[in-house]
Design a protein. Structure first.
Length: 457
């Protein structure tokens, strides 16, 4: 099974596909995680904003109590997880309750007691005159009463309302009373300043969900991809191996003797070129086989004519019908020489089929060649009770190969005698024209069927 081209192509495709899918999944997962982490790292400005909001809250309120709502709001706005823990790591506020600080980074320690926040401004250290001036100015602004702020040589600030209409005195008096109440030393808070300092807290921040790889999903997708690739590889290998299979079948048919086997050569790839080459090879094999059959037939036919002539003369000598004479022996000798020439030409007949037969022409009087043909075939004609007639003259030599011409005319005359009924005649005529010399062999037989005329030569 594994020896088949289709199986090898399919397995090769899978061996390439499986590692490729795995590596691709791993690279994509790691790249995605890296992108998310990079995006988180680029959110430094968001972290600073969250830290500022929480610091402001604890400095102004003096306690972490009630910070939950602010943490939830900041988490929603920033898209981050936010948690506050004490210095021992115990979380007391979480944007995702119960999630703890796993996967989160400790961003900062918020210490409200740090002098940088001014949290030392407790009830004992507050400048009440400055608080009173601030509260008075705020009230006058709220009631659109103009005033002037003056700072004395000791740094004390005084707010002086400008002269107003009689009805404005009541407003100014109310603002003085309100400012005095808000700076009363017996209250817990003085304006915006706390009377106590909250404990330090550690701020943790992180992505809503730690970038991770869902290996189950990756496995499912990878399995689907591998399955799809396996199916594609199977059909592709089947498509690719189809012409190879056709070539194999055609080769087996030729080996079994069916030289007509061919394959379709519609593909333009190397397989298509192989199919074209195979068909060309099959054409050559079929042509060689046809030439071999024709060669065998030609040999039998070429040897049959001189053998028949020799047999006729020898039988006539044996039967006493014909007396031994130099002329008769010369005819027999000519036929023997003709057969020797034919045997020598067997190889040349092969060359004819290959289109490589050589011709050796020289100037010859064609009548001499025709006379030899008549002498060689007259005994056979007499035995068949057929008259062999020679007509026409060609006094001028022509440039031909006399051996090849006699071979062709001998075959025509022998066929004519064989197919002419008793009492008939075979005529060998020659006519010399200005541009050509015509040889005609006519008989009084039934003639060659029209369907075979194209195969005579």
């Amino acid at each position: 099974m594994f020896n088949s081209l289709r199986t090898r192509l399919t397995v090769a495709g899978l061996l390439l596909a499986v590692p490729a899918v795995g590596i691709t999944a791993l690279v994509v997962a790691n790249t995605t995680s890296a992108d998310l982490i990079s995006e988180f790292d680029s959110g430094a400005s968001i972290q600073t904003s969250v830290l500022s909001e929480l610091t402001t809250y604890v400095v102004l309120n003096g306690t972490w109590s009630g910070v939950d709502d602010l943490v939830f709001m900041l988490a929603e706005q920033s898209g981050l997880r936010i948690a506050l823990t004490d210095l021992d790591g115990f979380p007391f506020v979480e944007s995702e309750p119960g999630a703890g600080t796993n996967g989160m980074l400790a961003t900062a320690v918020i210490d409200p007691a740090n002098n940088i926040f001014g949290a030392e401004l407790t009830a004992e250290s507050i400048d009440y005159s400055a608080v009173f001036a601030t509260e008075l100015a705020a009230c006058l602004d709220a009631n659109n009463v103009p005033y002037t702020t003056v700072e004395d040589e000791f740094g004390l600030i005084d707010v002086i309302p400008e002269q107003v209409a009689e009805q404005g005195f009541e407003i100014i008096d109310n603002c003085y009373t309100e400012a005095s109440d808000r700076t009363d030393a017996g209250s817990e808070f003085f304006g915006e300043f706390p009377t106590e300092v909250a404990s330090p807290a550690v701020l943790f921040m992180g992505a809503l969900q730690r970038p991770s790889v869902n290996w189950s999903a990756v496995a499912v997708v990878a399995a689907g991809v591998v399955a799809a690739l396996a199916i594609a590889a199977f059909f592709f290998s089947r498509l690719l191996s189809k012409p190879v299979t056709s070539l194999t079948d055609a080769t087996r048919r030729i080996r079994a003797g069916d030289l007509t086997a061919r394959v379709e050569a519609t593909d333009t790839t190397e397989i298509g070129e192989l199919a074209v080459s195979f068909n060309e090879m099959a054409d050559e094999l079929q042509g060689a086989s046809d030439r071999r059959r024709r060669f065998t037939s030609d040999v039998a036919h070429e040897l049959r004519t001189p053998l028949a002539n020799i047999t006729s003369h020898v039988q006539a000598l044996i039967d006493g019908v014909e007396a031994s004479s130099p002329e008769v022996l010369e005819v027999v000798q000519n036929e023997v020489d003709h057969m020797a020439t034919l045997v020598g030409d067997l190889q040349q007949l092969t060359l004819v089929d290959e289109g490589q037969l050589t011709i050796d022409p020289f100037d010859v009087v064609l009548s001499d060649v025709l006379d030899q043909v008549v002498q060689a075939n007259e005994r056979r004609a007499a035995d068949a009770s057929v008259a062999l007639v020679r007509s026409g003259e060609d006094p001028d030599p022509i440039h031909i190969d006399p051996i090849r011409i006699r071979q062709a005319i001998d075959n025509l005359v022998a066929n004519a005698i064989r197919h002419t009924p008793e009492g008939g005649a075979v005529t060998i005529a020659v006519e010399q024209r200005p541009e050509e010399t015509v040889i005609a062999v006519r008989d009084t037989g039934p003639g060659i069927p029209e369907d075979f005329l194209g195969r005579v030569f």
